[in-house]
Ligand binder design. Structure first.
Ligand code: ADP
Ligand code: MG
Length: 255
């Protein structure tokens, strides 16, 4: 019988930084269409794991397989081209360009293989991509800011813009590193609603998050990372009731 449509398999991954074992024995299977949350205290290795998946860091051993293709050894832009997009913990945007242009650039980069600086000159002639970018901005509730300079947006709005920059790539897998970090409760709730909308479209997502409200309202599955190891995984209810998790994370004084 087919395995529950595993789209991403992190297989026996280890990552060492000198003497520090930042990731140990990580085995993670992400199923198609699911929202899989990775939680854990500060320094647990969550961002390191995401960086290994997107090719920013090479694992010390083990490999990452996406849709049958081995990602390990590939460059971040090649992995992105295979259908993995990521919202970073610190937004990576073009601060001097308009919001609309920021959202158009990833679509152009995808179409043309890679982003080239001379694309900036042709942005305004790309009417098809412009229309799609406007559609994405409507989706994330930012259409009224499309002509604003991206650097002038609030932190929450930058996050929304970055989400639109990912969605326009129509990724098969969307990775989000603390998508609500630094947001007010109101912005957090708006983002949760937005992520639910994306979920309803069947997009597979991996969310790294320490806000329990976000995790429990979105995740189908949760893996708990502590000191570089997965100490528990399962449904939100299974994880919530796990004493090891409460000790390592939920009841701790972290974050
Ligand atoms: P989290 O995202 O869960 O807070 P990180 O993945 O950022 O944790 O970090 C896990 C551990 O690895 C931490 O102890 C951190 O200091 C260390 N670490 C992360 N990146 C590097 C790096 N590039 N070089 C050395 N140590 C690192
Ligand atoms: Mg982190």
């Amino acid at each position: 019988m087919a395995q529950n449509n595993v789209v991403l398999h992190v297989a026996d991954v280890h990552k060492r930084f000198g003497g520090l074992h930042a990731l140990a024995d990580i085995d993670l299977q992400i199923e198609e269409g699911k929202t899989h949350a990775i939680i854990g205290p500060n320094g647990a290795g969550k961002s390191t794991l995401l960086n290994v998946i997107i090719g920013k860091l090479a694992p010390t051993s083990g490999q990452v397989v996406f849709d049958g293709a081995i990602l390990t050894g590939k460059k971040p832009f090649q992995i992105n081209q295979l259908g993995i997009a990521r919202v970073f913990q610190t937004p990576e945007i073009f601060a001097d360009l308009s919001v609309l242009h920021n959202v158009m650039i990833p679509a152009l980069a995808k179409r043309d293989g890679m982003f080239k600086l001379n694309m900036l000159r042709t942005l305004d002639s790309e009417t098809g991509i412009r229309a799609e970018a406007e559609h994405m901005l409507e989706d994330v509730g930012l259409i009224n800011r499309k002509d604003s300079i991206a650097g002038s947006l609030s932190r929450g709005d930058k996050r929304r813009m970055e989400l639109a920059m990912c969605l326009i790539q129509h990724p098969r897998l969307l990775l989000l590193d603390e998508p609500t970090a630094g947001m007010s409760r109101h912005d957090t709730n708006t983002t949760i609603e937005l992520l639910k909308k994306i979920k309803a479209r069947g997009m597979t997502k991996v969310i790294i998050e320490h806000d329990m409200h976000v995790v429990f309202s979105l995740a189908d599955k949760i893996s708990v990372l502590a000191q570089g190891r997965i100490i528990a995984d399962g449904t939100p209810d299974q994880v919530r009731g796990n004493p090891k998790v409460q000790e390592a994370y939920l009841g701790g004084a972290h974050e």
